[in-house]
Design a protein around this ligand. Structure first.
Ligand code: RP5
Length: 176
């Protein structure tokens, strides 16, 4: 599998200090990492450690099943799943766990992510996937949303989110 050296290094350092991972970030291909990295960054910046994995619902189904069914017991609280094309990763992940699953459609196919958006968002009633926007904005928001879920029970993550929102607001000029 062609993984750029920088990508491998960044993904391996996604743990925050020695803290155990609380959010899993799954992607269907190593080629998705550039799009999914903002999710890992958004969590790392709020002190939430992540476990970043290349896991495909289609190409590595046994790896997928083994990882997702063990995730909650390992301390994972939220799973983010990004995939392109016929993007079944988030939906099948949601079918295998009671953890909240956030889906990120990736614009890696000739249909520029519309295919993955529909595949990720159009879940049948009963198996929910919280679907974010296509591409890097969706990945960033998936990370922020996962942090917001964790913040319900973790005051330090809540405080970090509040600081981020205040900084973001302060950075908007009153005039162009
Ligand atoms: C999807 O196919 C992956 O999530 C990726 O977005 C796309 C292309 O994968 P590669 O051919 O680059 O491995 O399953």
């Amino acid at each position: 599998m062609a993984v750029r050296k920088t990508s491998r290094r960044r993904a391996a350092s996604s743990h925050v200090g020695n803290r155990a991972a609380r959010v899993a970030i799954l992607m269907g291909s190593a080629s998705d990492w550039d799009v999914m990295k903002p999710a890992a960054d958004a969590l790392a910046e709020r002190g939430v450690a992540t476990d970043v994995r290349v896991i495909s619902a289609h190409r590595t189904p046994a790896r997928h099943h083994a990882y997702v069914t063990a995730a909650e017991e390992r301390g994972i609280e939220v799973i983010i799943a990004g995939a392109g094309a016929a993007a079944h990763l988030a939906g099948v992940t949601a079918a295998l766990t009671l953890l909240p699953v956030l889906g990120v459609p990736i614009d890696s196919s000739p249909l520029q992510g519309l295919d993955s958006l529909l595949a990720t968002v159009q879940m049948p009633g009963g198996i929910p996937v919280g679907t974010l926007a296509i591409g890097k904005s969706g990945a960033k928001n998936a990370g922020l949303l996962a942090a917001a879920i964790i913040a319900r029970k973790d005051p330090s993550v809540r405080a970090a989110l509040a600081r981020f929102r205040a900084r973001q607001t302060a950075a908007v000029p009153e005039r162009p």
